[in-house]
Structures are given as C-alpha cells and as structure tokens.
Design a protein around this ligand. Structure first.
Ligand code: FAD
Length: 339
C-alpha cells in the first residue's frame, strides 16, 4: 500500500494561503526522494463555504487528495480541537510526514498531536530529508539563527514538522488534475475539552502579532538610538500599524524578539510595510516579500531594500519622517481623505 505525506491547508477568508503551496512543493520533493513509495495529500479543517473549487486547485500542485473535516465546535480552543481531530485521523492511517508552515497555532497543534501519538516533532525546520528506508532528518536554526542543528527522527511514523515559512517556495502549477475532495467525519468520543474560548479580544495594533498585522512600520539600524525611535511609534500609531524591526534592532534590545522580521524571525504579509533605515539584507527581505506594498526610506540610493520597494524615498529618515507627517497633517487640514 502506498503511504502518504500530509500537509496542512492554511486558509483564510475562503482562500488558500501561499504557505500551503510551499508545503505542497516540499511534500512533492520528499515524495520524490522515495520514488513511488508515497503520494501527497492535504488536510483542511473548517474550510469556509464554497471553498471546494479552491481546494481542488491543489491538484495542480501535486496534491492527490484533500481530507476535509468540519469541526462543528465554536467554544473549544482551536489548538486543542484541531489536534484531537488530527490525532484521530493519524491514528487510523499514519502518514510518513505531517507538514505545517510554522506559526503559533501550528506549533501548538504539532506539539499536542506529537504528545498524543508519542511521535517526533521538529518545529521551525528549514530542511527535511527522507531516505529509501523512510528514515527522516530535519535541520533547524538554534541560537537565534547563528547555528543550525541536524536532528534525526528517532521514532515511528508519522514525522511531524513545522517549517519556517521563509524557506517555503511554491513551485508553478505543474499537474493537470483536480485534487479529490474527501469529506471526513471524525468522532472525538466523549472527552471533556480542557480549554474553552471565553471571549475574543480584538488586538491593539501595538500588541498585535506582526504576522497578523495589516500595516507594519519596521525599523532598522539606520534609525539610530532608542531615543530616536519616537517617529517610528508615531507613524505606526497614525497608520494604525504594528512596529517591527530587523535583527540588529532586536539584538540591541530595542524591540522584543517576537517583533523580528526575517529568516530567523517572522514572515509578514501586510497590506503596507514601511521600512525605515533598513539595508535589505536577504535574511530580512525573505520575511517581507509577501507584503502587498513596500515603502523604503534609506539615505543610500544603492541600498538593496529599494529593489523590493514599490515606493523608495532616498534621504535621512529623521528628515523624511517629519516631512511625511507635515504632508499628512496638511492633507488632513484640507479634509482630503486619500492619504
Ligand atoms: C543566519 C542569519 C540569520 C539572520 N536572520 C535575520 C533576520 O531574521 N532578520 C534580520 O533583519 N536580519 C537577519 N540577519 C542579519 C542580516 O544579515 C542583516 O545584518 C540585517 O538584516 C541588517 O539589518 P539593518 O538593515 O537594520 O542594518 P544595516 O545592514 O546596518 O543597514 C542599515 C541601513 O540604514 C541606512 N541608514 C543609516 N542611517 C540612516 C538614516 N539616518 N536615514 C536613512 N537611512 C539610514 C543605511 O544606509 C543602511 O542601508 C541574519 C543573519 C544571519 C547570518
């Protein structure tokens, strides 16, 4: 019997998110390492209505089947609920790998599933290997990305991994078939949920996780010292955005680690990302490429960040930001709404 490699369908507002296509590419690559022994399937829990056509599209990225589960619960925390569903599904027919793009939710789900099944989990993986005997290894960054470690899965199937989104790159659609949609009903038995959602609190942009933010103002070493960061917070507040930064800014303790963008930080996908005093090293830009509009302010016209910018402003950030504020205020004074 052919074994399977499973991937998690990341979806939002009825659309499959890009990470999923990256996971499909990774799953197909792993399947290729053990030619003919595995096929690729996906698991989608709680899709929005009318997502079937969107899910079938995964077929052109090498996914043969999509298992679709509707959880039907609104009060239990999703981490616990989804982990129970997956644990049951995996118990029935364990895949070789179960792959998810790394974020707070998948880290929780992965840990719960691994604990429930006594399976091996590697979080924040940047590379995975599978050999002909279905033995697996993973590589992941440690020490804030200064070194990488190679770890071996020393356990039975499945191997569970959350992969850093910055290393996932989707391949162009190469298959000419729709994925088969398989609705599943999962019986969770009479277990008492251990967690319950009491209320949902809308996040304040200042404390909002930068992966969720719609607008980001990001600070680099070029912003200077702590007392020169005021305009970053002012701009973020004005735009209703979240503040983030590059690794040097985080290393200097000017922002907490969960605000770091990049290869060893977070991958963001806001509508607008304003980059202030940032050179645009590839370890940083790997984290902003999914932004809809990128603005860069840098005094060096040759800075690499400008290659990614939809709008580039060359000059001293400490002169440009006050100019920007006065232009915004002028427009406000004129009652113009198109700021
Ligand atoms: C394994 C590894 C992982 C890494 N992971 C990450 C990561 O996740 N995220 C990350 O950010 N980095 C990461 N890095 C570090 C990365 O290589 C760069 O060193 C870092 O992104 C540079 O940050 P920066 O742009 O703030 O600083 P710099 O490269 O020093 O750039 C500062 C920029 O500010 C400009 N500037 C200076 N003064 C002004 C001014 N007054 N007005 C306007 N512009 C000004 C300069 O022209 C310059 O372009 C990683 C490195 C390694 C080796």
């Amino acid at each position: 019997m052919k074994r399977e490699i499973w991937l998690w369908v990341h979806h939002r507002r009825g659309t499959i998110e890009d990470e999923t296509f990256g996971l499909a590419a990774e799953a197909c690559r792993l399947a290729g390492e053990v030619q003919g022994q595995t096929s690729v399937s996906a698991v989608c829990i709680d899709p929005d209505e009318n997502m079937e056509a969107e899910l079938k599209r995964l077929g052109s990225y090498g996914v043969e089947k999509v298992f679709v589960v509707t959880s039907g619960s609104s009060s239990q925390s999703r981490g616990e609920l989804y982990a129970s569903i997956l644990t049951n599904m995996i118990r029935e027919s364990p895949p070789v790998f179960f792959l998810m793009a790394h974020d707070d939710q998948t880290a929780e789900i992965g840990s719960r599933v691994a604990a429930g099944l006594q399976a091996g989990l590697v979080t924040r993986a940047v590379d995975l290997r599978l050999d002909e005997d279905l033995k697996a290894e993973a590589v992941r960054p440690v020490d804030n990305g200064y070194v990488f470690e190679r770890v071996e899965y020393n356990c039975g199937l499945p191997y569970i991994a959350t992969i850093l989104p910055s290393v996932l790159s989707p391949l162009p659609a190469g298959w000419n078939e729709d994925a088969e949609i398989i609705p599943l009903s999962v019986h969770l038995g009479a277990q008492e949920p251990k967690t319950e959602v009491l209320r949902v609190i809308e996040a304040d942009p200042e404390s909002l996780d930068i992966e969720e933010a719609d607008i980001i103002v990001s600070a680099g070493r070029g912003m200077g010292k702590e007392d020169e960061f005021g305009s970053i917070y002012e701009l973020a507040e004005y735009l209703g955005g979240s503040v983030a930064g590059t690794r040097p800014v985080i290393d200097r303790g000017l922002l907490p680690f969960d605000r770091q963008i990049g290869q060893t930080g977070k991958t963001v996908s806001p509508r607008l990302c304003v980059n202030c005093g940032i050179s645009g090293a590839n370890e940083y830009t790997a984290g902003i490429e999914k932004s809809n509009k990128i603005v860069a302010i840098n005094k060096d016209p040759g800075a690499r960040i400008f290659r990614f910018a939809d709008l580039g402003l060359v000059g001293d950030v400490h002169q440009i930001l006050p100019l920007l504020f006065s232009r915004i205020n002028e427009k406000k004074g004129n009652g113009s709404g198109d700021e």
